[in-house]
Write a protein that binds this ligand. Structure first.
Ligand code: S3P
Length: 169
């Protein structure tokens, strides 16, 4: 039973799709950001503000390492988890990688009221989203399947992933 690792930019639906997928497959769902928050007992915003992005990335790598021995998981990763070569290695070694995408316009709309994304705190606009997305594109594209969630119901995205899994077996 391999793990299913959901990667993708902020606001592409990883956590929501992950929960639906885990429920349907009877897998355990792990949200890496939630894991970090519950371990550190502070919000992601606070971690970035008080200790900086580098520290967050270290915590993120630790969280990825701590789940790497487990199987039968659906893992929702933070949008920047793929930046780390160690994380990418671990995702590859014990998981099927599903990359969720969405257009910058849709992401902006989905995150318009959201205050929990420190990287978009200073400027939440198309140019910032597009720039960061392009920087990370080579990491996101290293996936077994990519699904554009822009105009899809999250339930349908989960079903699409299940159909893909069935096709592989
Ligand atoms: C980040 C994405 C966030 C969270 C942190 C950094 C990023 O997760 O890990 O704010 O670098 O893209 P989501 O993708 O769940 O929003």
């Amino acid at each position: 039973m391999t793990n299913i690792v959901l990667t993708g930019f902020m606001g592409t639906g990883k956590s929501s799709v992950g929960k639906l997928l885990a429920r349907r497959l009877g897998y355990r769902f792990i949200d890496l950001d939630e894991m970090i928050v519950s371990q550190q007992k502070v919000s992601i915003n606070e971690i970035f503000e008080k200790y900086g992005e580098r520290h967050f990335r270290t915590l993120e790598e630790e969280a990825v390492r701590s789940i790497s021995e487990h199987r039968g998981l659906v893992v929702s990763t933070g949008g920047g988890a793929v930046i780390s070569p160690q994380n990418r290695d671990m995702f590859r070694r014990n998981g099927l990688i599903v990359n969720l995408t969405a257009s910058p316009e849709v992401i902006l709309e989905r995150l318009a009221q959201d205050e929990g994304r420190p990287l978009l705190k200073r400027s939440k606009d198309i140019a910032t989203i597009d720039g960061l997305m392009k920087e990370r594109e080579s990491f996101y594209s290293d996936a077994d399947i990519r699904i554009d969630t822009s105009w899809k119901k999250l339930e349908d995205v989960a079903l699409e992933i299940i159909a893909f899994l069935e096709g592989r077996n």
